[in-house]
Design a protein around this ligand. Sequence first.
Ligand code: SIN
Length: 341
Amino acid sequence: MVVLLVVATPFSWAADQLPHIVILATGGTIAGSAASNTQTTGYKAGALGIETLLSAVPELKAIARVDGEQISNIGSENMTSDVLLKLSNRVNELLARSDVDGVVITHGTDTLDESPYFLNLTVKSEKPVVFTAAMRPATSMSADGPMNLYNAVLVAADKSSWGRGVMVELNDRIGSARFTTKSNASSLDTFKAVEEGYLGTIVGGKIYFETRVDKIHTTRSVFDVTGLKSLPAVDIIFGYQDDPEYMYDAAIQHKVKGIVYAGMGAGSVSKRSDAGIRKAQAKDIVVVRSSRTGSGVVPPDSNQPGLVSNSLNPAKSRILLMLALTKTDNPEIIQQYFNTY
Ligand code: SIN
């Protein structure tokens, strides 16, 4: 279902000068509804439509001309490659239009390290794409969604946001999709990039950008999902004491094209996983070793099997490996992608 909505402005001549931002809603807690305004757990995520989200922030009409579209209305744990492909294609269509200046995407926080990174690699535009979300449902006292949405539109509408790759805006911070991840299951101040920090902050309605990312994104990315109906299957297998080899047998049986190993420390592989990884590689499955620690680099190590994820966490590694496999199954080229994206 697509809902189109224009936030009315009293002075159309002035509104014509404002940047045109399209908000794509996908669900999450920012669209969550609870039985009371003190209930912040056990509520339904993805319950409210884009019209309700926009009507909570009439202040938007002072900073942008805003249209809203409903892409999905789900908890982000139910986000799938199908929705990601639809989202990326829609963003590319919108940003190709000369009358659209930027896109904001509302999303659940739980997989807000994955979807922004997917778009960071597949959007072909310098125009801003800003994800936002909330930790408290829209019905809660001191809901964080409305201010996050306002700030995300502020960033999307600003010329200084162009060419920075896909961004994630919550809690007055602007993060890069390449690095940012949820770091705390329940706190509002949860989106962080432990090593790299933020691209910038918003203070008093003003944007303060501090840095840019070197990693390849958007217009320089080789990945193009136009016309793609599905993505190659990639599983994540978690490394831990006593981790069993049969996880690899299951992945092989399900004919996955790639496996990301969420290894211990700098991607250390147990004897059992070592055997599983080598078995998978013998079936031409591409395996990438990543780290379950939450930050740091997994360096190449000729004593351990598989490619290495650089500083991508396991969930982001899976996104890159799916896209890499749309282009090649050559391990050297795929390792080069992991070194540079
Ligand atoms: C979700 O990820 O959809 C639910 C949790 C949240 O948005 O905070």
